[in-house]
Design a protein around this ligand. Sequence first.
Ligand code: LER
Ligand code: MN
Length: 278
Amino acid sequence: MKFKYSYNTIVYSGEEYLQQIKRLSKFGYEGIELVGEPDWYNFNEVNKINNDYGIKVNSICSIFTQERDLIHPDQSMRQKAIDYCKSISDMAAEINSDTMIVAPSPVGKVEALGSKEDEMNWAIDSVQKVGENAHSVNVNISIEPWNRYETYFINRLEQAEEILDNLSLSNAGIHGDTFHMSIEEVNIADAYRAMGSKLNHCHMADSNRAAPGTGHTDFKPILQALKDINFKGYITMELIPPVSDPFACVRGGRAEEFKDKYTELSIKHLKKIEENLN
Ligand code: LER
Ligand code: MN
């Protein structure tokens, strides 16, 4: 079994889609992760170009801004976030993506607006609805914890699992992003192992959120854990420039090395480690 690699294209923001796909094809990627902003894409163009280059949209990275808060105390705000997520599962269906990422609370919301119990109940209720909408169009959801500087709500995989275990869905799983995990987990490989078959998607970045191989994360035990749990999803490089707002790269600038240079370096580094796994 070989891992499948893809690249989160938020750092390509503003580039022509054809140029993005040509780059991924050149460096040996099988998948692309699109940004969860349906208005940015012409779905016919995406499907045609993907087909021409044999690259699949493996996932959509939903963008949870303050207006998209699945655990907001105001029911109409939660509904707004659920509607946004529905637009992402519909987008996923149109461009043949198996998976969409879901995070219960927005990037940069670092303080609770309700009690712990209420917020957990809202999370379960909202994610259940998001998952049902996704299921109706054959899309999986993957619940992603983030580090404490981006959210107070769920920071470790076992906390995402608590939500997952309270859902009645067959199309939901856990997402593990090595950048967040390097801050929050005791051990990244052990955290992946503990999720086993519940893990359905991974983001990989080094400790500095740049290409694997440029920081101090040791990817060997991490990839070994994925192999041992028989992980069949995609490993998506999600690399973000060193700014506290992960969406700042959308506004352009300071991300040149995240194009050719890191796209090539990331896959080379991980494939080399993969070749030497037990
Ligand atoms: C999204 O996948 C993520 O990891 C967060 O940092 C928000 O961008
Ligand atoms: Mn991520």
